[in-house]
Design a protein around this ligand. Structure first.
Ligand SMILES: Nc1ncnc2c1ncn2[C@@H]1O[C@H](COP(=O)(O)OP(=O)(O)OP(=O)(O)O)[C@@H](O)[C@H]1O
Length: 714
């Protein structure tokens, strides 16, 4: 340790020594606590079973018994199995005391002086106190001291009302601490950043200077080279975001649980982070009233659902239910209507747009204002919906009210699709034929498979929220008993979905909506007032996050330019500088692809820990690109959101990548054909580029997208 810090100035060395000593003290205290916990568990076992506890609880002994069982004779087997089950139960019953993880016991260090000498507090995900060792680790979710950490900076005087007292003092030290596999690897103080390099030596940077380096990696991007070192093997792990929350984010996280909250902000400003931290805090504050099993997160896409689960787990909230909108509406429809509903796999995009549009919501409210509750059974609602979607006059009214969002062709397309869906399924038409083989096509498939007849008898997944809305509006829905609800990427929820979710939320009203209108990728957004009203929380407080943390400045600036007139008035402040955006245009698509494949191969060799996304305009384009690098073990085609979040290259499309982030993003088709001059293309390209946390490349094998304006020309 000492030798590895010799190059550092005295003060930096002192900080490092201090943190190393503190970590050592914590580790020793945790070791002792673990031993005590084990002893207590053994005593309990001894009391309960009257047998030598250590021997009973031994996992090794259980393994031996398992081997014995495999070789036991039929006569001996019952006795061996009985013994095994007793031991297994004992091991399972062993109460797990929630001690902090010794390999990463805390995230931050706060030293305060309230007039009686300095006192050290550590913030982590679980509370652990050992006064005799002067160790205080506090759970950030519930400890009042966390307020001081998030609201003040080093040297600040503070005054905070805590339960039963007013705390006054001075912040002596405020440091974010990164511990990886039990070893200190980074200390971020308010004025300095200390990082342990791969060779074990420590380096020092000014905090402000660090923010100006691309990806914090300290390496400049070379023109034509993808990668700034973020995924290099010796790159230190980033600090836990829980320790990084800014004062506005922390205030939103601490908003009263019963108060509905709308969290707005540009891409990468921390909306998901705030929403999930708020959920975790509410559960920790009152686990009896707000059990995690009754907390729900609903998001539009599978990728974000997976990411949300990963983010909730270290916050101690891994048991919260995370669902996609489609999974939620299918499960709810099954529950409410009491039977499974056959769904059409791939409804036409235009029909989906119409079914999610706010103009349809208004029109249906009016049309069914007097629907009798008795007419809200599934068969009757289906019939009424079929009438609606084959009523050209009504649909033309919806298109006219859509303000140009929906083209006239949506009317015919919806009528045609609905007629196929309400046709009598072939199975039923052929019911009189009893020989099964006669109901199969020549290739052995079911006779309707792959034909328009396959649609007969189905509904679209977008019909389910409409059916549920009609049912809920006329007959109500039983509350789901949820204690908190998070709706992320809420700009993509339809008013039907919001209405039904609001009814299920019932009296609780504990809800966090997070969204960004500039990122809407479906036709459903009706404005935040309408969204709040449909959800039944018209009085929700609004919090606007102003700093863009994910994207480096060049990417944030490009993203804003792409939005053009759709950009919010006040630009978000980019938290750091970074590598310039790479722009590469080639005369043909084939050349563009060859160039990209080469750059990706180089990058995974140099930075095996990097996450790279190649975000194509749609699934078909993603498939083609993946074929080019399919031989690379690091390359994965991800179309249904099945992201692994492992290092490597995800070749995917805009819809799948929504809400996610990657070290490096490549848009392989920034062409006029893929992103023409219209609002939808603006928002989609904006979503793609803002997935970047370190470096962005735009590639075109034809004319640049006009949305890039002067950027592409240069
Ligand atoms: N205060 C902060 N300091 C540093 N990093 C932060 C901070 N808040 C959030 N982040 C990081 O910024 C990134 C973006 O956060 P998050 O995904 O919550 O943003 P978002 O607003 O939901 O983005 P999007 O709208 O694009 O889905 C994440 O890597 C998160 O850990």
């Amino acid at each position: 340790m000492l030798e590895s810090t010799l190059d550092l100035p005295v003060e930096a060395r002192a900080v490092l020594e201090e943190e190393a000593t503190l970590l050592e003290r914590v580790r020793a205290a945790l070791d002792r606590a673990q031993e005590r916990a084990a002893d207590r568990a053994q005593e309990r076992a001894a009391r309960a079973f009257g047998r030598a506890p250590r021997e009973l609880r031994s996992v090794a002994a259980l393994r031996e018994l398992r081997d014995e069982a495999a070789a036991a004779s039929a006569d001996d087997l019952p006795a061996v199995l009985l013994e095994m089950s007793v031991r297994q139960r004992l091991i399972e019953q062993e109460p797990r005391e929630a001690l902090p993880d010794p390999l990463c016991p805390y995230l931050a260090h706060l030293r305060v002086d309230e007039g009686q000498g300095a006192k050290d507090y550590l913030l982590g995900h679980a509370t652990f106190l050992d006064p005799s060792a002067d160790v205080r680790i506090l759970d950030w979710r519930v400890a009042p001291v966390a307020q001081i950490f998030y609201r003040y900076r080093e040297g600040d005087e503070y005054e905070e009302a805590f339960p039963g007292r007013v705390a006054e003092g001075v912040v002596k030290a405020r440091r974010i601490v990164v511990v990886e596999r039990g070893a200190l690897t980074r200390i971020v103080g308010d004025g300095l950043v200390l990082t342990r390099r791969g060779d074990g030596r420590w380096t020092l940077a000014e905090r402000a200077a660090l923010a100006m380096q691309p990806g914090g990696a300290g390496t400049a991007a070379r023109p034509g080279s993808l990668g700034v070192g973020a995924g290099a093997p010796d790159h230190a792990k980033a600090a836990d975001v829980t320790a990084l929350l800014d004062a506005d984010q922390y205030a939103a996280v601490c908003a009263p649980p019963e108060r509905p909250l709308l969290v707005l902000g540009s891409a990468g400003s921390g909306k998901t982070t705030v929403a999930l931290h708020r959920l975790a805090r509410i559960a920790a504050l009152d686990p009896a009233r707000c059990p995690l099993s009754a907390m729900n997160v609903v998001v539009p896409e599978e990728g974000l659902a997976r990411l949300s689960r990963r983010l909730l787990s270290p916050l101690g909230a891994g048991e919260a239910q995370v669902k996609t909108l489609d999974a939620w509406s299918s499960a709810t429809a099954r529950e409410v209507f009491g039977k499974p509903i056959a769904l059409c796999d791939d409804p036409p995009a235009l029909v989906s747009s119409l079914k999610r549009h706010p103009a349809l919501y208004s029109a249906l409210r009016e049309r069914f204002a007097r629907l009798a509750p008795a007419n809200t059974t599934l068969p009757r609602l289906r019939r009424r919906l079929a009438d609606v979607f084959t009523d050209r006059g009504f649909l033309e009214g919806v298109v006219a009210a859509s303000g140009g969002d929906l083209p006239r062709s949506a009317v015919e397309e919806t009528v045609r699709h609905t007629l196929l869906q309400i046709a009598e399924p072939l199975d039923r038409q052929l019911a009189s034929i009893t020989v099964a083989s006669m109901k199969r096509a020549l290739d052995g498939r079911a006779i309707a498979e792959g034909t328009p007849d396959e649609l007969a008898g189905t509904l679209d997944v977008d019909d389910l929220p409409i059916l549920l809305f009609l049912r809920a509006a006329r007959r109500g829905l039983d509350g789901a008993g949820w204690s908190h609800l998070v709706l992320d990427e809420a700009e993509d929820f339809s008013l039907f979905e919001l209405f039904v979710l609001g009814k299920l939320l019932g009296e609780t009203r504990s809800v966090t909506l997070a969204g960004d209108e500039a990122q809407q990728t479906t036709s459903s957004f009706a404005g935040w007032d309408a969204a709040r009203a449909a959800l039944g929380v018209g009085d929700a407080a609004t919090c606007r996050l102003a700093v863009s943390y994910r994207c480096p400045r060049p990417v944030a600036e490009l993203a804003r330019r792409l939005l053009g007139e759709l950009a919010p008035e006040a630009p978000a402040r980019a938290a750091r500088d970074g590598a310039p955006v790479g722009l590469f245009r080639f005369p043909s698509e084939a050349q563009a692809h060859l160039f990209l494949a080469g750059a990706l191969r180089d990058l995974v060799g140099r930075e095996p820990r990097a996450s790279v996304a190649v975000i194509a305009r749609d699934a078909g384009a993603a498939r083609e690109l993946h074929a080019l690098i399919a031989d690379l073990p690091e390359a994965r085609l991800v179309l249904e959101g099945a992201f692994s979040f492992e290092p490597g290259i995800d070749v995917t499309d805009v819809d799948s990548a929504k809400g996610l982030e990657f070290d490096y993003v490549v848009v392989p088709d920034a062409t006029a054909a893929a992103y023409p001059m219209n609002h939808e293309a603006r928002r989609r390209l904006h979503v793609a580029v803002t997935r970047t946390s370190h470096q962005l490349w735009l590639i075109s094998g034809a004319a640049w997208s006009p949305l890039l304006g002067g950027v592409g020309a240069s």
